[in-house]
Design a protein around this ligand. Structure first.
Ligand SMILES: [Zn+2]
Length: 324
């Protein structure tokens, strides 16, 4: 965007002063994130979504990711994403009005614009998803001024674990983060078509969020499969986030996983790969591997800790879960 710092760089002479605060010079970071006038706007916006402490708006990417990290409902998440874009657009429009119409910048007007946009979205788009039927979601939707949409009553579904067909190897991955963000751990179990556990492992990955633990689990699983020559690989994970990342071969991962993730994507060129989602209830053995605290490492066989869960998974013992 042609903020003043850029215009000066392009040789268009103009004084560089932020028209919002009239104190600092203007550049994109200042205008959209750091100016004291826009900070007020972000604090209000974050407050609507119940993010009142320890959260700062610094850039668009990390804000968008927060909808995953904090598991906003589909409905609240859609307003979160639309809201971020609208805030930025409204700041830019107001800033231009300061130049061309000689107006004074008012944070209040930006906030008003966002609320009006929310109303429009609410009226014009029918597929915004459901809210969680929770008090916190109710408060969020009330704060942004849109209608609540209750989720339909729950149904139960049965969840089964299925063995792979030869010569495929199946790996069930799971990640676990004790708190968010906390110490992340990743666990997984490999099976062949005879239902023999070909190996299992558990790694710890420093501090991070639950979805980062899931990511670490997938990365380690593919590295191990590659090392063992298991190139017909069926990955089953209980995180829809990593399943969709893998299926789309997307490289949108947090920066600290970038290098290993790109490596994995390259490795996968030589793989026949199937990726599916399973609910946590059908993923018991991997869940135990992810959550156990004692052991760390790779074992080319079944270990005592998961014996019972593996038997249950294999007996296609069904687990009930709420359908959502
Ligand atoms: Zn400023």
């Amino acid at each position: 965007m042609p903020t003043y710092d850029r215009l000066i760089r392009y040789g268009m002479i103009t004084p560089n002063i932020c028209l919002l605060c009239l104190k600092d010079s203007e550049n994109q970071d200042h205008l959209f994130w750091n100016c004291e006038r826009v900070k007020e706007i972000w604090v209000t916006f974050l407050g609507w979504f119940n993010f009142t402490q320890g959260m700062h708006a610094n850039d668009i990417h990390s804000l968008l990711v927060k909808a995953w990290q904090y598991e906003l409902s589909p409905l609240a998440g859609n307003f979160w994403k639309a809201g971020i874009i609208t805030v930025i657009w409204a700041i830019w429009t107001q800033r231009n009005n300061c130049i061309f119409d000689n107006q004074k910048f008012e944070a209040r007007r930006v906030i008003q614009t966002v609320k009006v946009a929310f109303k429009d979205i609410d009226v014009n788009f029918s597929k915004l998803g459901y809210m969680w039927n929770s008090w916190s979601d109710y408060l969020i939707l009330r704060a942004v001024g849109v209608a609540t949409r209750s989720a339909p009553p729950p149904e139960f579904v049965e969840v089964h674990w299925w063995p792979p067909v030869a010569p495929w190897i199946k790996v069930n991955t799971d990640g676990s983060a004790m708190e968010a963000p906390g110490n992340i751990a990743a666990g997984r179990v490999f099976h062949d078509n005879w239902n023999v556990v070909r190996g299992c492992f558990h790694f710890k990955g420093g501090s991070g969020y639950a979805f980062e633990a899931e990511l670490l689990a997938i990365i380690s699983a593919i590295q191990i499969a590659n090392r063992c020559g298991w190139h017909k690989l069926w990955i089953e994970a209980d995180s829809t986030y990593v399943v969709s990342l893998l299926n789309s071969r997307s490289s949108a991962v947090p920066w600290r996983f970038k290098a290993s993730w790109n490596n994995i994507l390259e490795m996968l060129e030589g793989f026949s790969l199937q990726v599916t989602h399973i609910f946590r209830e059908g993923n018991k053995a991997a869940d135990i591997m992810a959550n156990q605290k004692r052991l760390e490492g790779w074992w080319p066989h079944e270990i005592e800790e998961i014996k019972a869960a593996v038997r249950l998974d294999m007996a296609s013992h069904s687990h009930l879960r709420l359908k959502c």
